[in-house]
Write a protein that binds this ligand. Structure first.
Ligand code: ISE
Length: 344
């Protein structure tokens, strides 16, 4: 059985999902594409050989030929489109964020809880990255004892011109928020953001890098250096320190190079390259989960929690002091942590 998928948004992530569905997920077929800009949707549809194209995402969601939906349009559209998928009873993979604000994410979560079944998966693809999967397997197996501290770095060589300080927290660090919650199985209760001297390579007025300190409900402390104009590579690091050892993210499948008198590891230059396999495994798992009736990956509770933590980080940067995170009631549908997606 082939799952008939509609993709909303023909920008970078929508294009990636269409390509990956076509090349790495034989049990799915993209049958419809929508984008608010007609030429963009038509161009992607032409490239992918898809003949149903529309500028109206709601039309795509309610199209009887579409069995499941991928949302990769702008953040402000996520809430209405995910709610429409719920109304249509269709499984949906929504790129992060789940919604534009924690309040909107909460509304999505409440709507799904009222349905009583999980329909939305949030596009936190790192859960499907093999290196992160191995790290999680070691932590879960007790190889380092109880986790105490986690050190992370999120470095992009550069980012688009519109990427401001706020986005460093909500678009980049949001991934560390999800990975720390997933790896440790703990919730963030407090956030502090420090502002080192800004790099001269960052646009004027952009605070880059930032240092974010998260405290969790089990007393662990996680630091994240986010530096999105780091020039040299796309470099994602993560080390978890436990009571009896430490475990760090391994090299993500790149070549160990000895050349011209040096020895080193090649690095990716962008997130599409670094997490290419994660995107493929994310979609494979989503499609398989729909067939099996078992949701995988991050769910609405994870999307809501990530959004609430990022909002606290924005407030912490503005205040210069710690900001508490208060997550509202966790509905029974999300009573246990989501399935532990991502292999070992
Ligand atoms: C970007 O906004 C993303 O969403 C990517 O997933 C992330 O890896 C990248 O660093 C961000 O800038």
């Amino acid at each position: 059985m082939t799952l008939q998928v509609g993709v909303i948004g023909a920008g970078l992530m929508g294009t990636t999902h269409v390509r990956v569905l076509g090349s790495a997920v034989p049990t799915a077929e993209v049958v419809a594409i929508s984008d608010a800009v007609p030429e963009r949707g038509e161009q992607l549809a032409r490239q992918a050989g898809v003949d149903r194209v529309t500028t109206d995402a709601l039309e795509l969601i309610h199209d009887p030929a579409v069995e499941a939906v991928v949302i990769a349009s702008t953040a402000d559209t996520h809430e209405p489109f995910v709610l429409a998928c719920f109304e249509a009873g269709k499984p949906v993979l929504c790129e992060k964020p789940l919604a534009a604000t924690p309040e909107a994410a909460r509304r999505v979560l409440e709507a799904e809880a009222a349905l009583g079944r999980r329909l939305v998966q949030v596009g936190f693809m790192r859960r499907f990255d093999p290196a992160y999967g191995q790290l999680k397997a070691r932590i879960d197996a007790g190889a380092i004892g109880a986790p105490l501290v986690m050190h992370c770095a999120h470095r992009n060589p550069s980012v688009p011109p519109a990427f401001d300080t706020h986005m460093i927290l909500t678009d980049a660090v949001v991934h560390e928020v999800d990975t720390l919650r997933w790896l440790l199985g703990q919730e963030v209760v407090r956030v502090t953001v420090l502002a080192p001297r800004a790099s001269s390579k960052a646009p004027a007025g952009v605070q880059d890098p930032v240092m974010v300190i998260f405290e969790t409900d089990a007393g662990a402390v996680v630091d994240v250096e986010a530096f999105v104009n780091a020039q040299y590579a796309y470099d994602i690091r993560c080390e978890v320190v436990g009571e009896t050892g430490t475990a760090a993210l391994g090299a993500p499948g790149f070549v160990d190079l000895r050349s011209e008198g040096t020895h080193g590891t090649e690095l990716a230059m962008g997130f599409q390259q670094r997490f290419g396999e994660a995107y493929a495994r994310e979609l494979q798992s989503w499609v398989a989960g729909i067939a099996d009736g078992v949701p995988t990956g991050a769910g609405a509770w994870d999307g809501y929690a990530a959004s609430a933590v990022c909002e606290a980080a924005v407030a912490a940067l503005a205040s210069g002091g710690p900001t508490d995170v208060a997550l509202e009631h966790r509905p029974g549908l999300y009573a246990t942590a989501g399935p532990l997606a991502g292999g070992s």
